[in-house]
Design a protein around this ligand. Structure first.
Ligand code: F6P
Length: 471
Protein backbone atom coordinates (compact mmCIF):
# COMPACT_ATOMS: atom_id res chain seq x y z
CA UNK A 1 0.00 0.00 0.00
CA UNK A 2 2.66 2.54 0.98
CA UNK A 3 5.84 3.47 -0.88
CA UNK A 4 9.16 3.73 0.91
CA UNK A 5 8.55 7.39 1.75
CA UNK A 6 6.00 6.88 4.51
CA UNK A 7 5.45 10.56 5.09
CA UNK A 8 3.92 11.51 8.43
CA UNK A 9 2.66 14.92 7.37
CA UNK A 10 1.49 15.54 3.81
CA UNK A 11 0.36 18.72 2.13
CA UNK A 12 -1.47 18.65 -1.19
CA UNK A 13 -2.03 21.68 -3.39
CA UNK A 14 -2.28 22.50 -7.07
CA UNK A 15 0.60 24.99 -6.99
CA UNK A 16 3.64 23.65 -5.21
CA UNK A 17 6.51 25.32 -3.37
CA UNK A 18 8.79 25.29 -6.40
CA UNK A 19 8.61 25.43 -10.16
CA UNK A 20 10.99 24.72 -13.01
CA UNK A 21 11.72 26.78 -16.09
CA UNK A 22 13.46 25.31 -19.11
CA UNK A 23 16.54 27.36 -20.04
CA UNK A 24 17.59 27.83 -23.68
CA UNK A 25 20.51 25.44 -23.19
CA UNK A 26 18.06 22.75 -22.08
CA UNK A 27 18.91 22.85 -18.38
CA UNK A 28 16.29 23.38 -15.72
CA UNK A 29 16.08 26.40 -13.46
CA UNK A 30 14.36 25.71 -10.12
CA UNK A 31 12.52 28.59 -8.44
CA UNK A 32 11.10 28.51 -4.95
CA UNK A 33 7.86 30.28 -4.17
CA UNK A 34 6.85 32.00 -0.95
CA UNK A 35 3.55 32.34 0.88
CA UNK A 36 1.91 31.23 4.10
CA UNK A 37 1.92 27.53 3.35
CA UNK A 38 5.65 27.44 2.55
CA UNK A 39 6.66 29.12 5.81
CA UNK A 40 3.90 27.31 7.69
CA UNK A 41 5.13 23.88 6.69
CA UNK A 42 8.71 24.73 7.67
CA UNK A 43 7.46 25.18 11.26
CA UNK A 44 7.08 21.43 11.76
CA UNK A 45 10.87 21.11 11.79
CA UNK A 46 13.33 18.74 10.08
CA UNK A 47 12.59 15.68 12.22
CA UNK A 48 9.14 15.09 10.82
CA UNK A 49 9.01 13.30 7.52
CA UNK A 50 6.92 15.72 5.47
CA UNK A 51 5.90 15.56 1.83
CA UNK A 52 4.29 18.21 -0.38
CA UNK A 53 2.32 16.75 -3.27
CA UNK A 54 1.62 19.27 -6.03
CA UNK A 55 0.90 19.41 -9.73
CA UNK A 56 3.34 20.07 -12.55
CA UNK A 57 2.04 23.35 -13.98
CA UNK A 58 4.15 24.23 -16.97
CA UNK A 59 6.49 22.61 -19.50
CA UNK A 60 9.50 23.09 -17.20
CA UNK A 61 7.76 21.23 -14.38
CA UNK A 62 6.75 18.40 -16.70
CA UNK A 63 10.28 18.12 -18.01
CA UNK A 64 11.62 18.00 -14.44
CA UNK A 65 9.28 15.12 -13.64
CA UNK A 66 10.27 13.33 -16.87
CA UNK A 67 13.97 13.66 -16.03
CA UNK A 68 13.41 12.60 -12.45
CA UNK A 69 14.69 15.95 -11.19
CA UNK A 70 13.17 16.92 -7.89
CA UNK A 71 13.66 18.15 -4.40
CA UNK A 72 13.44 16.17 -1.22
CA UNK A 73 10.04 16.62 0.37
CA UNK A 74 8.24 17.54 -2.85
CA UNK A 75 6.44 15.21 -5.24
CA UNK A 76 5.21 16.79 -8.42
CA UNK A 77 2.47 14.99 -10.34
CA UNK A 78 2.79 15.16 -14.10
CA UNK A 79 -0.92 14.93 -14.77
CA UNK A 80 -1.71 14.95 -18.50
CA UNK A 81 -1.56 18.60 -19.66
CA UNK A 82 -5.06 18.65 -21.16
CA UNK A 83 -6.59 17.06 -18.12
CA UNK A 84 -4.85 19.60 -15.93
CA UNK A 85 -5.98 22.52 -18.11
CA UNK A 86 -9.62 21.35 -18.04
CA UNK A 87 -9.52 20.81 -14.28
CA UNK A 88 -7.57 23.98 -13.36
CA UNK A 89 -8.69 26.53 -15.96
CA UNK A 90 -12.04 24.99 -16.85
CA UNK A 91 -13.50 23.90 -13.52
CA UNK A 92 -11.40 25.27 -10.65
CA UNK A 93 -10.74 28.79 -11.92
CA UNK A 94 -13.68 29.35 -14.28
CA UNK A 95 -16.40 27.75 -12.17
CA UNK A 96 -15.49 27.15 -8.52
CA UNK A 97 -13.49 30.39 -8.16
CA UNK A 98 -16.37 32.30 -9.79
CA UNK A 99 -18.94 30.68 -7.50
CA UNK A 100 -17.03 31.41 -4.29
CA UNK A 101 -16.19 35.00 -5.30
CA UNK A 102 -19.63 35.80 -6.81
CA UNK A 103 -18.10 36.75 -10.15
CA UNK A 104 -20.68 35.66 -12.72
CA UNK A 105 -22.59 38.08 -14.92
CA UNK A 106 -25.69 35.96 -14.38
CA UNK A 107 -27.89 36.98 -17.36
CA UNK A 108 -25.51 34.99 -19.57
CA UNK A 109 -23.41 32.83 -17.32
CA UNK A 110 -22.85 30.24 -16.01
CA UNK A 111 -24.33 27.81 -18.51
CA UNK A 112 -23.57 24.20 -17.64
CA UNK A 113 -23.74 21.97 -20.72
CA UNK A 114 -21.73 19.21 -22.37
CA UNK A 115 -18.46 21.18 -22.36
CA UNK A 116 -18.71 21.62 -18.62
CA UNK A 117 -19.42 17.90 -18.15
CA UNK A 118 -16.31 17.06 -20.16
CA UNK A 119 -14.23 19.38 -18.00
CA UNK A 120 -15.80 18.02 -14.86
CA UNK A 121 -14.61 14.51 -15.80
CA UNK A 122 -11.08 15.97 -16.00
CA UNK A 123 -11.52 17.60 -12.58
CA UNK A 124 -12.45 14.21 -11.14
CA UNK A 125 -9.46 12.52 -12.80
CA UNK A 126 -7.13 15.24 -11.52
CA UNK A 127 -8.47 14.88 -7.97
CA UNK A 128 -8.17 11.09 -8.25
CA UNK A 129 -4.50 11.41 -9.25
CA UNK A 130 -3.82 13.41 -6.08
CA UNK A 131 -5.76 10.98 -3.90
CA UNK A 132 -3.82 8.02 -5.30
CA UNK A 133 -0.44 9.72 -4.83
CA UNK A 134 -1.28 10.69 -1.25
CA UNK A 135 -2.53 7.18 -0.49
CA UNK A 136 0.74 5.74 -1.80
CA UNK A 137 2.99 8.13 0.13
CA UNK A 138 1.33 8.41 3.53
CA UNK A 139 2.56 6.48 6.55
CA UNK A 140 -0.10 4.67 8.61
CA UNK A 141 -2.18 7.23 10.50
CA UNK A 142 -0.42 10.17 8.79
CA UNK A 143 -1.93 13.66 8.69
CA UNK A 144 -2.86 14.93 5.24
CA UNK A 145 -3.64 18.62 4.71
CA UNK A 146 -5.41 19.19 1.40
CA UNK A 147 -5.58 22.76 0.10
CA UNK A 148 -8.29 24.65 -1.68
CA UNK A 149 -11.09 24.34 -4.21
CA UNK A 150 -8.87 22.68 -6.81
CA UNK A 151 -8.85 19.56 -4.64
CA UNK A 152 -12.36 19.53 -3.17
CA UNK A 153 -12.94 15.86 -4.05
CA UNK A 154 -9.64 14.60 -2.64
CA UNK A 155 -10.74 14.12 1.00
CA UNK A 156 -13.59 11.77 0.03
CA UNK A 157 -11.50 9.88 -2.52
CA UNK A 158 -8.59 9.52 -0.13
CA UNK A 159 -10.84 8.38 2.70
CA UNK A 160 -12.05 5.47 0.58
CA UNK A 161 -8.46 4.49 -0.26
CA UNK A 162 -6.97 4.93 3.22
CA UNK A 163 -9.41 4.91 6.13
CA UNK A 164 -6.50 5.16 8.61
CA UNK A 165 -5.43 8.70 7.66
CA UNK A 166 -6.27 11.98 9.40
CA UNK A 167 -7.52 14.16 6.60
CA UNK A 168 -7.87 17.94 6.76
CA UNK A 169 -8.91 20.36 4.05
CA UNK A 170 -8.28 24.10 4.10
CA UNK A 171 -10.05 26.70 1.95
CA UNK A 172 -7.97 29.78 1.10
CA UNK A 173 -10.98 31.34 -0.62
CA UNK A 174 -14.33 32.57 0.63
CA UNK A 175 -17.19 30.07 0.53
CA UNK A 176 -20.28 30.90 -1.52
CA UNK A 177 -23.66 31.65 0.07
CA UNK A 178 -26.23 28.86 -0.43
CA UNK A 179 -28.33 30.62 -3.10
CA UNK A 180 -25.25 31.29 -5.21
CA UNK A 181 -23.76 27.83 -4.64
CA UNK A 182 -27.03 26.35 -5.91
CA UNK A 183 -26.26 27.67 -9.39
CA UNK A 184 -24.07 24.58 -9.73
CA UNK A 185 -25.87 21.53 -11.14
CA UNK A 186 -27.37 19.63 -8.20
CA UNK A 187 -25.25 16.52 -8.63
CA UNK A 188 -22.05 18.61 -8.85
CA UNK A 189 -22.94 20.65 -5.76
CA UNK A 190 -23.50 17.37 -3.92
CA UNK A 191 -20.28 15.80 -5.18
CA UNK A 192 -18.25 18.80 -4.06
CA UNK A 193 -19.77 18.89 -0.60
CA UNK A 194 -19.50 15.15 -0.07
CA UNK A 195 -15.91 15.25 -1.31
CA UNK A 196 -15.00 17.90 1.26
CA UNK A 197 -16.93 16.08 3.98
CA UNK A 198 -14.66 13.09 3.50
CA UNK A 199 -12.24 15.11 5.67
CA UNK A 200 -12.04 14.81 9.44
CA UNK A 201 -11.75 18.56 9.67
CA UNK A 202 -12.39 21.49 7.35
CA UNK A 203 -10.52 24.75 7.88
CA UNK A 204 -11.52 28.24 6.74
CA UNK A 205 -9.94 31.68 7.01
CA UNK A 206 -12.89 33.33 8.75
CA UNK A 207 -16.03 32.41 10.67
CA UNK A 208 -18.09 33.91 7.81
CA UNK A 209 -16.72 31.46 5.22
CA UNK A 210 -17.03 28.52 7.64
CA UNK A 211 -20.68 29.39 8.32
CA UNK A 212 -21.34 29.70 4.58
CA UNK A 213 -19.96 26.19 4.05
CA UNK A 214 -22.16 24.76 6.81
CA UNK A 215 -25.14 26.60 5.28
CA UNK A 216 -24.43 24.99 1.89
CA UNK A 217 -23.85 21.53 3.35
CA UNK A 218 -27.10 21.59 5.34
CA UNK A 219 -29.04 23.35 2.58
CA UNK A 220 -28.00 20.89 -0.13
CA UNK A 221 -27.50 17.65 1.78
CA UNK A 222 -29.90 18.21 4.68
CA UNK A 223 -29.64 18.66 8.46
CA UNK A 224 -26.85 16.63 10.04
CA UNK A 225 -24.88 16.72 6.78
CA UNK A 226 -21.60 17.42 8.57
CA UNK A 227 -21.63 13.99 10.23
CA UNK A 228 -18.34 13.56 12.03
CA UNK A 229 -16.51 16.33 10.13
CA UNK A 230 -15.34 19.18 12.36
CA UNK A 231 -15.11 22.80 11.23
CA UNK A 232 -12.32 25.17 12.28
CA UNK A 233 -11.31 28.77 11.64
CA UNK A 234 -7.66 29.77 11.27
CA UNK A 235 -7.11 33.35 10.15
CA UNK A 236 -3.70 33.31 8.52
CA UNK A 237 -1.68 36.33 9.63
CA UNK A 238 1.29 38.19 8.20
CA UNK A 239 4.81 36.94 8.92
CA UNK A 240 6.14 39.95 10.85
CA UNK A 241 9.73 38.73 11.39
CA UNK A 242 10.22 37.85 7.76
CA UNK A 243 8.59 41.02 6.41
CA UNK A 244 10.41 43.45 8.69
CA UNK A 245 13.79 41.97 7.84
CA UNK A 246 13.08 41.60 4.12
CA UNK A 247 11.68 45.12 3.78
CA UNK A 248 14.93 46.66 4.99
CA UNK A 249 17.29 44.98 2.51
CA UNK A 250 19.23 46.90 -0.14
CA UNK A 251 17.04 45.94 -3.10
CA UNK A 252 13.98 47.36 -1.32
CA UNK A 253 15.86 50.57 -0.45
CA UNK A 254 16.79 50.96 -4.11
CA UNK A 255 13.22 50.55 -5.25
CA UNK A 256 12.05 52.95 -2.57
CA UNK A 257 14.27 55.63 -4.04
CA UNK A 258 13.05 54.83 -7.57
CA UNK A 259 9.42 54.97 -6.53
CA UNK A 260 9.89 58.27 -4.70
CA UNK A 261 11.36 59.69 -7.86
CA UNK A 262 8.47 58.41 -9.98
CA UNK A 263 5.91 59.79 -7.55
CA UNK A 264 7.72 63.11 -7.52
CA UNK A 265 6.50 66.21 -5.71
CA UNK A 266 8.45 68.04 -3.05
CA UNK A 267 9.66 65.69 -0.37
CA UNK A 268 8.04 62.56 -1.83
CA UNK A 269 5.51 60.44 -0.02
CA UNK A 270 5.60 58.76 3.37
CA UNK A 271 3.72 61.19 5.57
CA UNK A 272 5.90 64.16 4.70
CA UNK A 273 4.49 67.42 3.39
CA UNK A 274 5.11 66.21 -0.19
CA UNK A 275 2.94 64.36 -2.67
CA UNK A 276 0.99 61.54 -1.04
CA UNK A 277 0.77 57.97 -2.28
CA UNK A 278 -2.30 55.74 -2.47
CA UNK A 279 -0.90 52.24 -2.92
CA UNK A 280 -2.48 49.01 -4.06
CA UNK A 281 -0.73 45.69 -4.77
CA UNK A 282 -2.69 42.81 -6.26
CA UNK A 283 -2.61 39.99 -8.71
CA UNK A 284 -4.67 41.18 -11.69
CA UNK A 285 -7.52 39.11 -10.41
CA UNK A 286 -11.19 39.73 -11.19
CA UNK A 287 -12.11 39.65 -7.52
CA UNK A 288 -9.60 42.35 -6.55
CA UNK A 289 -11.77 45.15 -7.98
CA UNK A 290 -8.89 47.14 -9.46
CA UNK A 291 -11.04 48.88 -12.08
CA UNK A 292 -13.55 50.25 -9.54
CA UNK A 293 -10.57 51.33 -7.45
CA UNK A 294 -9.32 53.39 -10.39
CA UNK A 295 -12.80 54.86 -10.91
CA UNK A 296 -12.88 55.84 -7.23
CA UNK A 297 -9.50 57.55 -7.59
CA UNK A 298 -10.75 59.46 -10.64
CA UNK A 299 -13.82 60.54 -8.67
CA UNK A 300 -11.56 61.75 -5.86
CA UNK A 301 -9.68 63.94 -8.35
CA UNK A 302 -13.02 65.24 -9.68
CA UNK A 303 -14.68 65.95 -6.37
CA UNK A 304 -11.56 67.16 -4.58
CA UNK A 305 -9.53 69.02 -7.20
CA UNK A 306 -7.25 70.13 -4.37
CA UNK A 307 -5.68 66.65 -4.55
CA UNK A 308 -4.54 67.06 -8.16
CA UNK A 309 -0.76 67.05 -8.29
CA UNK A 310 -0.72 66.35 -4.54
CA UNK A 311 -1.43 62.62 -4.67
CA UNK A 312 -0.32 59.70 -6.84
CA UNK A 313 -2.00 56.33 -7.15
CA UNK A 314 0.69 53.63 -7.19
CA UNK A 315 -1.02 50.52 -8.54
CA UNK A 316 0.80 47.22 -8.94
CA UNK A 317 -1.30 44.71 -10.85
CA UNK A 318 0.69 41.54 -11.41
CA UNK A 319 -0.24 39.00 -14.11
CA UNK A 320 -2.47 36.13 -13.11
CA UNK A 321 -4.27 33.28 -14.91
CA UNK A 322 -3.53 34.68 -18.35
CA UNK A 323 -4.72 31.43 -19.99
CA UNK A 324 -8.25 32.69 -19.37
CA UNK A 325 -9.64 35.25 -21.85
CA UNK A 326 -11.64 37.04 -19.18
CA UNK A 327 -8.45 37.69 -17.18
CA UNK A 328 -6.69 38.99 -20.28
CA UNK A 329 -9.47 41.44 -21.02
CA UNK A 330 -9.63 42.53 -17.38
CA UNK A 331 -5.87 43.16 -17.44
CA UNK A 332 -6.33 45.28 -20.58
CA UNK A 333 -9.17 47.22 -18.93
CA UNK A 334 -6.97 48.04 -15.92
CA UNK A 335 -4.32 49.50 -18.25
CA UNK A 336 -6.91 51.34 -20.33
CA UNK A 337 -8.57 53.07 -17.36
CA UNK A 338 -5.19 53.99 -15.82
CA UNK A 339 -4.07 55.52 -19.15
CA UNK A 340 -7.38 57.37 -19.45
CA UNK A 341 -6.90 58.95 -16.01
CA UNK A 342 -3.33 59.91 -16.85
CA UNK A 343 -4.42 61.47 -20.15
CA UNK A 344 -7.23 63.42 -18.52
CA UNK A 345 -5.43 64.75 -15.44
CA UNK A 346 -1.69 64.30 -15.90
CA UNK A 347 0.58 67.34 -16.08
CA UNK A 348 4.18 67.92 -17.10
CA UNK A 349 5.53 66.70 -13.77
CA UNK A 350 2.68 64.62 -12.37
CA UNK A 351 1.56 61.15 -13.45
CA UNK A 352 -1.68 60.51 -11.53
CA UNK A 353 -1.50 56.70 -11.81
CA UNK A 354 1.75 54.78 -11.78
CA UNK A 355 0.83 51.30 -12.95
CA UNK A 356 3.34 48.46 -12.82
CA UNK A 357 2.41 45.03 -14.13
CA UNK A 358 5.68 43.14 -13.72
CA UNK A 359 5.81 41.15 -10.49
CA UNK A 360 8.55 42.46 -8.19
CA UNK A 361 8.30 41.57 -4.50
CA UNK A 362 11.02 44.03 -3.42
CA UNK A 363 9.17 46.86 -5.17
CA UNK A 364 5.90 45.81 -3.50
CA UNK A 365 7.60 46.07 -0.11
CA UNK A 366 8.99 49.49 -1.03
CA UNK A 367 5.47 50.64 -1.92
CA UNK A 368 4.14 49.27 1.39
CA UNK A 369 6.79 51.29 3.22
CA UNK A 370 5.98 54.63 1.63
CA UNK A 371 2.19 54.28 1.32
CA UNK A 372 0.13 57.04 2.94
CA UNK A 373 -3.01 55.13 2.05
CA UNK A 374 -3.42 51.46 1.13
CA UNK A 375 -6.41 50.61 -1.02
CA UNK A 376 -7.67 47.04 -0.55
CA UNK A 377 -11.17 46.91 -2.03
CA UNK A 378 -11.87 43.36 -3.25
CA UNK A 379 -15.34 42.29 -4.30
CA UNK A 380 -14.73 39.25 -2.13
CA UNK A 381 -11.51 37.75 -0.82
CA UNK A 382 -10.63 34.79 1.40
CA UNK A 383 -8.33 36.92 3.56
CA UNK A 384 -6.16 39.43 1.64
CA UNK A 385 -2.66 39.44 3.02
CA UNK A 386 -1.75 42.82 1.49
CA UNK A 387 -4.09 44.43 4.03
CA UNK A 388 -2.13 42.65 6.76
CA UNK A 389 1.36 43.22 5.38
CA UNK A 390 1.19 46.99 4.79
CA UNK A 391 0.75 47.99 8.46
CA UNK A 392 3.64 45.71 9.45
CA UNK A 393 6.25 47.34 7.20
CA UNK A 394 4.86 50.89 6.89
CA UNK A 395 7.56 53.47 7.69
CA UNK A 396 5.38 56.27 9.02
CA UNK A 397 1.91 54.81 9.34
CA UNK A 398 -0.61 54.16 6.62
CA UNK A 399 -4.38 54.59 6.49
CA UNK A 400 -6.09 51.41 5.31
CA UNK A 401 -9.17 51.62 3.07
CA UNK A 402 -10.57 48.11 3.34
CA UNK A 403 -13.47 46.28 1.71
CA UNK A 404 -15.90 44.73 4.15
CA UNK A 405 -15.95 41.72 1.82
CA UNK A 406 -12.31 40.80 2.48
CA UNK A 407 -11.70 38.13 5.10
CA UNK A 408 -9.19 40.49 6.72
CA UNK A 409 -12.11 42.78 7.63
CA UNK A 410 -13.00 40.45 10.55
CA UNK A 411 -9.70 41.27 12.27
CA UNK A 412 -8.82 44.71 10.84
CA UNK A 413 -12.25 46.34 10.51
CA UNK A 414 -11.95 48.44 13.69
CA UNK A 415 -8.93 50.45 12.57
CA UNK A 416 -9.55 50.53 8.82
CA UNK A 417 -11.79 52.83 6.79
CA UNK A 418 -14.31 50.25 5.69
CA UNK A 419 -16.00 50.36 2.28
CA UNK A 420 -18.64 48.57 0.27
CA UNK A 421 -16.49 47.56 -2.73
CA UNK A 422 -19.26 48.23 -5.26
CA UNK A 423 -19.79 51.79 -4.00
CA UNK A 424 -17.34 53.90 -5.97
CA UNK A 425 -18.63 57.15 -4.44
CA UNK A 426 -18.12 55.85 -0.90
CA UNK A 427 -14.67 54.52 -1.85
CA UNK A 428 -13.66 57.94 -3.20
CA UNK A 429 -14.92 59.54 0.03
CA UNK A 430 -12.94 57.01 2.09
CA UNK A 431 -9.79 57.82 0.09
CA UNK A 432 -10.30 61.49 0.92
CA UNK A 433 -10.79 60.70 4.62
CA UNK A 434 -7.69 58.51 4.54
CA UNK A 435 -5.58 61.21 2.90
CA UNK A 436 -6.66 63.79 5.46
CA UNK A 437 -6.27 61.54 8.52
CA UNK A 438 -4.10 63.26 11.15
CA UNK A 439 -0.59 61.81 11.26
CA UNK A 440 -0.85 60.74 14.91
CA UNK A 441 -4.14 58.96 14.42
CA UNK A 442 -2.77 57.21 11.36
CA UNK A 443 0.29 56.01 13.27
CA UNK A 444 -1.83 54.76 16.20
CA UNK A 445 -4.21 52.90 13.92
CA UNK A 446 -1.30 51.37 12.02
CA UNK A 447 0.21 50.03 15.25
CA UNK A 448 -3.06 48.37 16.22
CA UNK A 449 -3.54 47.04 12.68
CA UNK A 450 -0.06 45.51 12.76
CA UNK A 451 -0.81 43.74 16.05
CA UNK A 452 -4.09 42.33 14.73
CA UNK A 453 -2.47 41.40 11.40
CA UNK A 454 0.28 39.33 12.99
CA UNK A 455 -1.66 37.53 15.70
CA UNK A 456 -1.47 34.18 13.89
CA UNK A 457 1.83 33.93 11.98
CA UNK A 458 2.14 31.22 9.30
CA UNK A 459 4.06 28.78 11.52
CA UNK A 460 1.43 28.81 14.25
CA UNK A 461 -1.37 28.86 11.69
CA UNK A 462 -0.06 25.58 10.26
CA UNK A 463 0.72 23.89 13.58
CA UNK A 464 -2.70 24.82 14.98
CA UNK A 465 -4.35 22.98 12.11
CA UNK A 466 -2.10 19.98 12.49
CA UNK A 467 -2.72 19.72 16.23
CA UNK A 468 -6.47 20.16 15.80
CA UNK A 469 -6.48 17.40 13.19
CA UNK A 470 -4.64 15.01 15.49
CA UNK A 471 -6.83 15.75 18.48
O1 F6P B 1 -5.57 32.14 -2.37
C1 F6P B 1 -6.31 31.33 -3.19
C2 F6P B 1 -5.48 30.81 -4.33
O2 F6P B 1 -6.25 30.02 -5.16
C3 F6P B 1 -4.32 29.96 -3.93
O3 F6P B 1 -4.65 28.66 -3.65
C4 F6P B 1 -3.49 30.10 -5.16
O4 F6P B 1 -2.20 29.65 -5.06
C5 F6P B 1 -3.62 31.58 -5.40
O5 F6P B 1 -4.95 31.86 -5.12
C6 F6P B 1 -3.12 32.05 -6.77
O6 F6P B 1 -3.80 31.44 -7.78
P1 F6P B 1 -3.04 30.57 -8.88
O7 F6P B 1 -2.35 29.46 -8.15
O8 F6P B 1 -4.15 30.12 -9.76
O9 F6P B 1 -2.10 31.50 -9.53
Amino acid sequence: MCSEHHAQVLVASNRGPLSYALREDGTLDARRGGGGLVSGLSAIGPDVNALWVCSALGDGDREAVRRGVGERGVRMLAIDAETHADAYNGVANSVLWFVHHLLYQTPLEPSFGTEFRRQWAAYEAYNEAFAEALAAEAAPGAAVLVQDYHLALVPGMLRSLRADLRIGHFSHTPWAPLDYFRMLPDDIAERLLRGMLGADRLGFLTRRWADAFVGCAEGVLGAGALGGTRIGVHGLGADADFLRERARRGDVEERLADLREQIGGAGGAGGSAGRKAIVRVDRTELSKNIVRGLHAYRLLLDEHPEWRERVTHVAFAYPSRQDLAVYRSYTAEVSRVAAEINAAYGTADWTPVILHVKDDFARSLAAYRLADVALVNPIRDGMNLVAKEVPVVSDEGCALVLSREAGAYEELGDDALVVNPYDVTATAAALHTALTMPVDERAERTKRLAVAATSLPPGRWFLEQLEALRR
